[in-house]
Design a protein around this ligand. Sequence first.
Ligand SMILES: [Zn+2]
Length: 67
Amino acid sequence: MPHHAATHTREKKHQLKQLDCGPECGFLIRSHDEKEIVDVARKHVKQFHGMDMSEQDIKKDIENVKE
Ligand SMILES: [Zn+2]
């Protein structure tokens, strides 16, 4: 579908976000792309903690970073 709304996108698309796995772990990922964070974090918890986390679970832990 066509969309012409590219000029005034003040959406949170460029909001920098981060996910901090925890102080004991030390894993931290920052990205403007939430999907990337989810993908990387899911691999991380699987590989390092042997857990399967859903996209929903991970999104709950993602926080916005003030730039
Ligand atoms: Zn971790």
